[in-house]
Ligand binder design. Sequence first.
Ligand SMILES: Cc1cc2nc3c(=O)[nH]c(=O)nc-3n(C[C@H](O)[C@H](O)[C@H](O)COP(=O)(O)OP(=O)(O)OC[C@H]3O[C@@H](n4cnc5c(N)ncnc54)[C@H](O)[C@@H]3O)c2cc1C
Length: 538
Amino acid sequence: MKPIDSSRLAQSTSIKTEICIIGAGVAGISLAREFVGTRHDVCLIESGAYALDTETQSLYDLRNVGYPTRQNFMARARYFGGTSNVWAGRSMRLDPIDFDRREWVPNSGWPIAFADVEAYYARAEGILGLPDTRLLDEKVDAFLSGTGTDATLFRTGELRPKLVTWGRRPMRFKKTYRKEIEKSPNIRIYLNANATEIVTGEAGNRVECVAAATLNGNQLRITARNFVLACGGLENPRLLLLSRDRHTKGLGNDHDVVGRYFMEHPRAIFGTVRLSAPLGASLLLGTPLADGKMQIGVGPSEQIQRRERLLNSYLSLEPQLSEIALQAYESSASVVKVLTGKGRRKRSEVFGGRMAEIGDLAYLLTPKEVMPHFAYRHYARFKALTHRFRRVLDLTIVNFCEQVPRADSRVYLSTSRDRLGLNTLVLDWRIDREETASLVRLQALLAERLSQQRAGRVASPDLRTAAPSYTDASHHIGTTRMSADPRLGVVDASTRVHGVANLFIAGSSVFPTAGSANPTLTIVALALRLADHLKRLP
Ligand SMILES: Cc1cc2nc3c(=O)[nH]c(=O)nc-3n(C[C@H](O)[C@H](O)[C@H](O)COP(=O)(O)OP(=O)(O)OC[C@H]3O[C@@H](n4cnc5c(N)ncnc54)[C@H](O)[C@@H]3O)c2cc1C
């Protein structure tokens, strides 16, 4: 159905539907697609339109009082397609251990099993345009049976290969899925409609309607049988906290859990590896595939995590760049910034915030992430051909952390207000010593393994004098966490808000723990699972 521009509707409009999905980002679109061409009547309520608009984007402005995140960095995109408009496409599955209650990780344990999510991973990978994992398993097995230093690193079972994949290009949900949804006669898209409050009935245990507003002052009221909040990991808790008509502390917040347990995946470039013999083309460094790209990261095995009470972090190894190469990267990034500034502003904004830390950027956005697929394939072929003359001996360690879920790492409402008169958010992100301790131990395990094989050595900085400096990853996790116990979580195992019969949440805000995997693949898998659940409801 043709999308509806809410700013052109009457000043006050009532909408009736069966399923109301708020937010047309990764989670909202993945969910809506499941209803294309079905008998279910669905409304997709989206804050933005089809392009970035600075006024709408500014509704996301927040104040950070915790661990510093990147300055002026666009960590979320507020228009159709959501943050998939700018994401990098790095995808990983969570591990089975991530779902367990681990007594050394406070507040850990999901109320669902790994198998419940695993059942949806293959389809989610298809939606994200990722390579076929069945073929990759064979590739990984072949790699592990090799005799090179890279494969034998994993022989003792202390270290575990972590599979990371990318599609041919990062899946842009707007470009790929917009038409399909628009063509579906049972789905209505409302653009420029900002949900402002979730209104419950007198008993407070059922949503009656969602109030929404446009920036030019129109008011919408959407009534539905079921509602799904899919506004991202920061905005989902904000909307609950803003919904105070019958719940003074916010909807779903009787136990003061909404907004708490905020987690990211802190990343740090620290530590280097000097190999004794050059490493050739290796899955450790990444490789192109016909339908995407893959890389093997290094993580602690489940056994080691349990024995040494470690978090589930991992590291990837990237060829170290010379000063000259770093300068070349900086110049090309500047050129990209200028060029993209003309027509593709959002991309330049992504670069813009990071220009000052170009050294880190070169390792976080490696050729795998920034080059178009065909160019990366040529680049990799050229590298393989010239390998005999090139000595890749020095590697930089890029560390990706799991965080401990802590109640004091959180978002909450500020007294300042946005253009719609709604309280903005304060972010208080905490990182503690457990994260660093797990990374340091992982580096030590790598060092032990390399030294046993006489294959090289690891130089980790002395943490007494040089604390790692972490970068946020724009992964917003845990703020409406899943738990069977309403005192410890906001949603139950079906992702329904405790105590509210017809309100569900989609997105990484429902993850009780973050694992070390980038969240988007699991966001899609959980959205598919929620669609199945909604279809079964009377
Ligand atoms: C630069 C960058 C790179 C990234 N790279 C990766 C990566 O490599 N791998 C990975 O896994 N993840 C990555 N991410 C994170 C990834 O983009 C998010 O995990 C994912 O987009 C979250 O999906 P979502 O649907 O929960 O939220 P979003 O995609 O942000 O969608 C939320 C939607 O809700 C709408 N909305 C918000 N508030 C309201 C409201 N009040 N009313 C109506 N609509 C509203 C928004 O406009 C938006 O369309 C990256 C993020 C950034 C910024």
